[in-house]
Design a protein around this ligand. Structure first.
Ligand SMILES: C[S@@+](CC[C@H](N)C(=O)[O-])C[C@H]1O[C@@H](n2cnc3c(N)ncnc32)[C@H](O)[C@@H]1O
Length: 207
């Protein structure tokens, strides 16, 4: 594991894995818009898959899905719940797969936990993992540009590191990493009241 941030992410998500299992039962908004771009039986990487809700959903739709995460606790639930998905303990900043392995890469509320200066290098790795013209699905928090430690809603005695990107920054990091944005949607979160951001969902294509 790379640094203290990684250890802390794994620690916090291990601790809240059970709550996630009770709570995150539906796939991420707009995941279907991304799936509509892919061929049938596509190969998809879910980077920061958590308990595997999206991965399982995509697998049920007939795709070949591989989910990776840093939290053994999240992965344990994912493996027990979604038997047709391959899960592995990996850092989403350093995915260990061959170039061109995937038609699509999903990063749903996972890149939010890495330092901003690591986002472009990470997206560039996903670019390399994709087939020519492959697709990327991103879900993240958007708002005033910042890096913060925010109280974890499911474990209020802990904080988690979050990066918040402005809309301009999202466009910038995707284009610097070699992606064209095809579609995007914004939605205000239901729960987090003390912090001002919107949820942003993006489908982008490898240039
Ligand atoms: C907010 S949860 C989202 C889970 C899932 N993608 C979803 O949308 O329900 C963030 C997930 O990203 C994982 N994560 C954060 N940083 C990571 C890293 N560097 N490498 C792998 N997984 C990471 C966490 O362990 C956690 O499971």
């Amino acid at each position: 594991m790379k640094n203290n941030l990684h250890k802390h992410v794994a620690y916090v998500y291990d601790a809240i894995a059970g709550v996630y299992q009770q709570t995150i039962t539906q796939p991420t908004d707009h995941l279907d818009d991304f799936l509509a771009m892919l061929p049938s039986g596509a190969s998809i990487l879910d980077a920061g898959c958590g308990i595997g809700t999206d991965a399982g959903y995509m697998s049920e739709k007939g795709h070949r899905v591989c989910g990776l995460d840093l939290s053994p606790g999240m992965l344990e639930i994912a493996e027990k719940t979604h038997l047709r998905v391959t899960f592995c303990l990996q850092d989403l900043q350093d995915p260990d797969f061959s170039a061109g392995s995937f038609h699509g890469v999903v990063a749903s509320f996972s890149l939010i936990h890495i330092r901003k200066d690591q986002v472009i290098p990470t997206l560039q790795k996903y670019h390399e993992l994709l087939t020519p013209d492959g697709f990327m699905f991103l879900a993240l928090q958007s708002g005033r540009s910042q890096e913060v430690f925010l109280k974890e809603p499911y474990k209020p005695d802990e904080t988690t590191f979050l990066n918040i990107f402005s809309l301009d920054e999202v466009q910038h990091v995707l284009s610097r990493s070699g992606f064209n944005i095809l579609q995007s949607w914004r939605r205000r979160p239901d729960a987090v009241k003390e912090f001002d951001f919107t949820k942003l969902f993006v489908v982008a294509q490898k240039q």
